[in-house]
Design a protein around this ligand. Structure first.
Ligand SMILES: Cc1cc2nc3c(=O)[nH]c(=O)nc-3n(C[C@H](O)[C@H](O)[C@H](O)COP(=O)(O)OP(=O)(O)OC[C@H]3O[C@@H](n4cnc5c(N)ncnc54)[C@H](O)[C@@H]3O)c2cc1C
Length: 531
């Protein structure tokens, strides 16, 4: 049966889409609202503002791709759909960062786990970060709305074997675990969410809010990289962008976008980069600082039966046993336990060893279970995150990994090994250079205590970029208020993961959907009443 492709159908129906790679002349476009970025924040804002009757232009640096070209091949998906072909790294190369670059942003490639913002996170923001009006009770109606809109519900099928191991380990140890809610409709359970859903089941922005906005007359400009905002006094005057060709290289063509209001939703690395490059007011020098990543460790486990972690919903179980154990900001840093999809390129690039040792590990690929621990950063004094900095060629992310972090890494390796043995693993391999295969929990416990951990030795990854343009009411702590509106420019808002004052301790997409739904609705009311 042919799978309907909403993008192909929408384009045929006359959507206003400009692929900037095809332009040969400079352009100036105008609307009520210009939105930079089409991911979780940009997509939701676009639908709500067009629904309210406002004219909207969505400016996206990445290409417009659709299920027609999602062929489940890593070698094509990473260069086509990810920033820096999925090989982005922090300045010292110690952390690998995944971020989407296509219409739909990271939601086009994400793994569909949908979790409401944890209450301890919101309480911490209210108490320590001057955030107002974002308690769980106040946010829940917005989560309800977005869960309905994106078909978010508990995954009713059997977890794949990779997730089952996490579940079984938790059950056998008496640890907390939860069945994950996913934003899917008619999911084929292929396990290839990270390469763009081949069957349009994932309710990403690519197939939901962006098509809805385009159906109502919004304009989408793809392959247009925003360089800076033009501004004067307390007003933004224009967004300036550069057309990119099909190889994502700049062309001669320049684009200018003018609007009554501007929303920046380029994600937690690129929103601060654009704002820094624009030299916007930042009297307390907050922009780009406190960038959070949920730095993530991996533990491999060899089972005697096939795990086939590439197949089936990538994430369907998580454990919060260790996230809030010592409270939000006291004790050691907490970590959440999940599993990733296990695809060959992804895993080969995130494991250790060279030549024969690496080949030996990859030979056991189908028996390989992988557990991950996502460290909750940004709460403790000793966990201040990283910093996005401008460079001559673009940007760099400086994220120092300190002793407090490595102590938690050691504990996380211990928890993951204990869990994997409890689930029946034959051997466990903490993914850090020099670690041996460990044959029992007893052996692992003592070996992990003395593992030589450190940057470039221990594999650290992130698919959750957050912070860098924090929200709050205290201008010494924040760039935008608790509704995402700039403290300094009357016609500028930020609606994406950059506004988080800390990491979440949970996967971010639903938080961005819920908060943006609220903030864009309030903004639409304001813009409508002032017009
Ligand atoms: C592989 C992967 C798996 C993930 N899995 C999950 C999951 O299962 N659950 C979950 O909750 N979260 C997951 N996430 C994270 C989640 O998708 C993101 O937190 C969320 O999409 C961030 O939304 P955003 O609006 O801040 O940014 P994005 O969704 O990243 O969107 C930002 C957009 O802005 C565009 N942009 C950037 N710079 C410019 C510029 N200069 N000009 C024009 N456009 C620009 C980008 O190309 C991008 O399309 C995952 C992420 C990845 C990469």
């Amino acid at each position: 049966m042919a799978i309907p492709d909403p993008i192909v159908e929408g384009l045929a129906s006359g959507w206003k889409h400009i692929d900037a790679s095809q332009l040969s002349q400079d352009q100036t476009l105008e609307a009520d609202v210009v939105i930079v970025g089409s991911g979780a924040g940009g997509g939701v804002a676009a639908e709500i503002l067009t629904d309210a009757g406002l004219t909207v232009i969505i400016v996206e640096g990445g290409p417009l791709k659709s299920s027609e070209s999602f062929n489940m091949e890593e070698r094509r998906a990473y260069p086509n759909l990810y920033h820096q072909a999925a090989a982005m790294k922090t300045k010292d190369k110690a952390i690998g960062i995944f971020q989407g670059r296509a219409v739909g942003g990271s939601t086009t490639v994400n793994w569909t786990t949908s979790i409401r913002t944890p209450k301890p996170t919101l309480d911490f923001w209210a108490k320590d970060k001057s955030v107002q009006g974002l308690s769980r009770e106040e946010l829940d109606p917005w989560f309800d709305k977005m869960e309905k809109r994106l078909n978010i519900s508990k995954w009713e099928y059997e977890p794949n074997r990779n997730n089952q191991a996490l579940k079984l380990g938790c059950e056998n140890l008496g640890w907390h675990y939860t069945v994950i809610k996913r934003n899917v409709k008619g999911c084929w359970n292929t396990g290839y969410c990270g390469m763009g859903c081949p069957v349009n089941a994932k309710q990403s922005m690519l197939v939901t809010t962006i098509p809805a906005a385009l159906d109502k007359g919004a304009t989408l400009v793809s392959r247009a990289k925003v360089i800076e905002l033009e501004h004067h006094n307390d007003k933004i005057l224009a967004v300036k962008a550069q057309a990119l060709n099909e190889q994502m290289q700049p062309t001669e063509v320049k684009l200018v976008f003018k609007a009554k209001h501007y929303i920046i939703a380029a994600g937690a690395i690129h929103t601060p980069t654009i704002l820094l490059r624009s030299n916007l007011a930042d009297p307390h020098e907050l922009l780009g600082k406190r960038t959070f990543l949920h730095p993530t460790l991996l533990s491999g486990a060899i089972f005697s039966d096939p795990i086939n972690g590439h197949s089936g919903a990538p994430q369907s179980i998580y454990s919060d046993e260790f996230v809030w154990k010592h409270g939000a900001a006291s004790g050691e840093l907490g970590y959440k336990l999940e599993v990733p999809p296990v695809h060959p390129v992804l895993i080969a690039s995130k494991t250790i060893g060279y030549g024969k040792t690496h080949a030996a590990l990859m030979e056991q690929f189908n028996q390989l279970q992988v557990t991950i621990a996502l460290i909750r950063d940004g709460y403790h004094e000793q966990s201040q995150g990283g910093q996005v900095q401008l460079t001559d060629t673009g940007f760099a992310i400086d994220y120092p990994l300190n002793e407090t972090f490595w102590r938690s890494v050691r504990r996380a390796f211990g928890s993951m090994a204990e869990l994997q043995f409890a689930a029946g693993a034959k051997r466990v391999l903490p993914i850090t250079e020099g670690a041996p295969y460990l044959n029992s929990w007893k052996e692992a416990k003592s070996a992990i205590e003395t593992l030589d951990l450190g940057p470039l030795k221990t594999v650290v990854a992130s698919a959750h970029v957050m912070g860098g343009c924090p929200m709050g009411e205290d201008t010494k702590l924040s760039m935008v208020d608790s509704q995402g509106n700039s403290h300094y420019y009357e016609n500028l808002s930020v609606m994406d993961g950059s506004v988080f004052p800390t990491s979440l301790g949970a996967n971010p997409q639903l938080t961005i959907y819920g908060m943006t739904a609220r903030n864009a609705t309030l903004l639409a009311e304001r813009l409508k009443s002032s017009s």
